[in-house]
Design a protein around this ligand. Structure first.
Ligand code: EPU
Length: 437
């Protein structure tokens, strides 16, 4: 749902200080649905406080799970009493990660009904590889009236060999989830290798699954009869860390980014160093010092360990500030340059042709009223606002809050002049006022 909430930023402040990175969104949004496979209590630590995680927890609760918060970032999920039923449509359609319920419901109940996934719109985002995987495991999958219906033909899935035609994070994780309780061995070939894939495998194994090879392009899942409860800590968020790294570089500041796995950030660190930014790696932190003059750099987004598409818009802002012309090649999505129109309102000069953007650097950005077109585009606008002269207002911030925990508080602690303006919850009375305006 769109809200009237917005961020207001007065730019020109270099970020200084320390920031603590939260748990990985794209691991959490798979691990929470995967908890449905477990008959017992899953204690999950380092859960990010983001709306996508809240939505998935609400869906599990509707399916009969007991969900309780031990503290702000630790939850206990007990799906022992969960039963097959229609998951709530309004919640599922809000997020892309609801597709993991296909795998977890099929694995646990032998049947699944979900909406076609929502989420950020970067052009066509098919789920054909998910369906290919579920079908190969012995499910009949049909899409009707915006819903995905999947039924294991003889009540349980059966292990098999699946070659993905496209390297897909979501399909790899969904098939892993579905295969854990299947009979026999499943082999996923041409699998994605992102850190959150390894994290999901580690979570499943800590609950009694037998998943091997995650982090390589061949994953083997030996089906087990049952999963048991256990305790697991989610890895730090690679993209949240990268976003603060770029923010430090773009504002010419100096920020120690704590609770990270530097290995996961190597592609981002290397690209920042090309621009003249200093990046120093420690055991579980990285220090980023902005350069007095930023140099141009080209980049192409690719599956891990390549440069992540989820960092492309943030780097686009940095390229606007760097001296020289940079070329960005978007290797994953057809339409991930919608933020360019918003940046142009701030004085950026960028030409887009399909999946290529040519950025004329050396620009002084100026504050403007802009939209967060999606989660990472929104993060890019926040960085642009902090670098721009004057005041920037960012609308549609609900996208940003889907994936960044306490972005405003963390940036304020680094010295940024950023405020969130929240509109009151609509009552019958102020709904009418909004309508009249
Ligand atoms: N694709 C297909 N068929 C499929 C699945 C994917 O053609 O069945 C295509 C996609 O259209 C895309 C490419 O394959 O062109 C890769 O898509 P992938 O499946 O890897 O992406 P995803 O699982 O839908 C996850 C993250 C995204 C992130 C991508 C790539 C979640 C919930 N989402 O999406 O995260 O961009 O992997 O790393 O994990 C974000 O965090 O901002 C975000 C969008």
């Amino acid at each position: 749902m769109q809200t009237l909430d917005k961020y207001v930023i007065n730019g020109g402040v270099a970020l200084h200080g320390e920031v603590e990175i939260s748990g990985a969104k794209n691991a959490a949004v798979a691990i929470i649905p995967a908890a449905l496979l477990v008959e017992g209590v899953c204690r999950i630590e380092n859960i990010p406080q983001i709306s996508d995680a809240d939505t998935l927890l609400s869906i599990l609760a509707e399916l009969g799970a007991k969900v309780s918060f031990v503290n702000q970032s630790t939850i206990e999920i007990d799906c022992t009493e969960a039963r097959y039923q229609d998951a709530p449509y309004e919640l599922m359609r809000k997020i892309r990660a609801s597709y993991y319920l296909i795998g977890s419901m099929l694995g646990r109940f032998g049947s699944a009904k979900t909406t076609m996934p929502g989420g950020c719109n970067f052009g066509v985002r098919p789920i054909d590889q998910h369906i290919k995987g579920m079908t190969a495991l012995g499910a009949e999958v049909n899409i009707k009236n915006g819903f995905v219906y999947a039924d294991a033909l003889d009540g349980r899935l059966h292990g098999t060999r699946i070659y993905l035609d496209k390297v897909s994070v979501g399909a790899t994780m969904n098939i892993m989830i579905a295969a854990v309780l299947a009979s026999g061995r499943t082999i996923i070939e041409n699998a994605a290798r992102e850190p959150h894939i390894v994290d999901l495998a580690n979570f499943l194994n800590s609950m009694g699954a037998d998943v091997r090879g995650a982090g390589t392009d061949t994953i083997k899942v030996n089906g087990v009869e049952k999963l048991h409860g256990g305790s697991y800590t989610i890895i730090p968020d690679q993209i949240e860390a990268g976003t603060y790294m770029v923010a430090a570089a773009a504002t010419g500041g100096e920020v120690l980014i704590k609770n990270v796995i530097p290995k996961h950030l190597e592609c981002i660190s290397a690209k920042l160093r090309e621009t003249g930014t200093i990046v120093q790696e420690y055991e579980d932190s990285v220090l980023v010092k902005g350069a007095s003059t930023l140099r141009r750099a080209n980049l192409k987004t690719m599956p891990y360990p390549g440069f992540p598409t989820d960092m492309q818009p943030q780097m686009g802002v940095l390229m606007c500030l760097a001296n020289g012309t940079s070329v960005i090649n978007e290797g994953i999505y057809d339409n991930r340059f919608k933020y360019v129109n918003e940046l142009r309102k701030m004085g950026a000069e960028i030409q887009v042709d399909g999946r290529i953007a040519v950025v004329e650097g050396g620009r002084r950005l100026t504050g403007a009223l802009v939209q967060a077109c999606d989660l990472r585009a929104g993060a890019a606008m926040v960085i642009a606002g902090m670098c721009a002269a004057g005041r920037t207002e960012i609308e549609d911030i609900n996208y940003i809050e889907r994936g960044y925990e306490n972005l405003v508080g963390k940036l304020q602690a680094l010295g940024a002049d950023i405020q969130v303006i929240r509109e009151p919850e609509p009552t019958e009375y102020n709904e009418k006022i909004v309508a009249i305006i």
